[in-house]
Design a protein around this ligand. Structure first.
Ligand SMILES: Cc1cc2nc3c(=O)[nH]c(=O)nc-3n(C[C@H](O)[C@H](O)[C@H](O)COP(=O)(O)OP(=O)(O)OC[C@H]3O[C@@H](n4cnc5c(N)ncnc54)[C@H](O)[C@@H]3O)c2cc1C
Length: 320
């Protein structure tokens, strides 16, 4: 059986949870088995996961699981997976998924692949998945030979498909170990799509000259309904908050559209954005390395190009 860990935030499912269930359902079809979902802590609308392909939803409602602790989550998820007879466990490749999948794999003696971006293939009994490697410059195919398999699914690799029926919810008990981490305060950025889930991203770098100029980036992002991101030096110098930093040492994203404004395209930056489906680069230096990775490029001064692009977007939106 395939078991999906369906991630919630404030008791509601994230888009990546629906992606993971859709992926799990399709994986189960390939393997000729069922797909179930697992939800931890206080949450609502669990039966909805059935629409995305879960035949059953396991729920451990213990309020101690409302705060995330990867050791505690790994213990509970492994226990439920064992009881349910699941041998493929799928996480979203989020901060939570990344820090928990490896622990679950160790507990279940499972082969694990993190950040997969396509459905598995099974040929002659060989279970293979694909992921991006070398900063997104190549794909690697991994064969997982162990009986138990743990995967984490890169965001925006599959579109959620809700065509099924609500699923029955089964409340299950599991031993919840004492957490070693105490959460004293939680500050969440509200009202925007978090970067790992964003389909449209407008990102800017040191070419912006200073934080006081970011209004043109925010305006463009608002018109597009995009999430804002930035290069590392921009976050390091405090021009923008750290949660916007993308790249090798920041968040790795895979949006449908990544607009890079005043960013040179250093390899460490590209490592986190190379998997974007379409890349648009705006830079005044035609030799900027980012143009090599771009699908579309504008050579020009961002302070002229961005406001004009925003105006063109507004006009387009008004007309369509
Ligand atoms: C171990 C390590 C890890 C790193 N991890 C990351 C990471 O995760 N993410 C990351 O981003 N970086 C990372 N870096 C830093 C990376 O190497 C680059 O230094 C950084 O990405 C450069 O940021 P930038 O492109 O914003 O700035 P710059 O390199 O200064 O580029 C600014 C660009 O803006 C353009 N520009 C200037 N003015 C204008 C204008 N008016 N109109 C249009 N274009 C203009 C310039 O032509 C230039 O291309 C890492 C470095 C190391 C060593």
């Amino acid at each position: 059986m395939v078991l999906i860990f369906a991630e919630t935030q404030k008791g509601k499912f994230k888009k990546t949870a629906y992606e993971a269930v859709t992926y799990g359902y399709k994986t189960a079809q390939i393997l000729g088995t069922e797909c179930a979902a697992l939800v931890l802590g206080t949450a609502s609308g669990l039966e909805e996961l059935g629409k995305y392909g879960a035949s059953k939803v396991y729920h451990v409602p213990d309020a101690a699981l409302d705060n995330f602790d990867s050791q505690v989550y790994a213990a509970v998820i492994s226990e439920v997976a064992g009881k349910a007879g699941a041998n493929v466990i799928i996480f979203s490749h989020s901060a939570l998924g990344k820090s928990t999948a490896g622990r679950v794999a160790a507990r279940m003696n499972a082969g694990s692949v993190s950040g997969v971006n396509s459905l598995p293939t099974v040929e002659g009994g060989a279970f293979r998945v694909r992921k991006g490697v070398f900063s997104g410059k190549a794909f690697a195919e991994y064969e997982v030979k162990s009986d138990a398999k743990v995967l984490s699914l890169m965001g925006n690799s599959i579109q959620p498909e809700a065509s099924g029926q609500p699923a029955p919810v089964e409340v299950v008990s599991a031993e919840v170990p004492a957490a070693r981490v105490t959460v004293n305060k939680l500050e969440r950025v509200e009202g925007i799509t978090p970067l790992p889930e964003a389909e449209l991203v407008v990102s800017a770098g040191r070419g912006m000259k200073g934080p006081e100029n970011w209004n043109i980036i925010e305006e463009l992002a608002n018109v597009m309904g995009a999430t804002t991101a930035c290069s590392r030096p921009v976050a390091d110098t405090g021009w923008r908050p750290h949660h916007e930093h993308v790249g090798q040492t920041g968040i790795a994203i895979r949006p449908n559209l990544y607009v890079a404004i005043g960013i040179s395209g250093a390899i460490q930056h590209l490592a986190g954005v190379n998997n974007s489906k379409t890349i648009v680069v705006i830079n005044k230096d035609r030799e900027a390395p980012f143009f090599k990775a771009a699908d579309y490029g504008v050579v020009g001064d961002l302070f002229e190009v961005v406001p004009r692009l925003t105006e063109a977007m507004k006009k387009f939106k008004a007309e369509h």
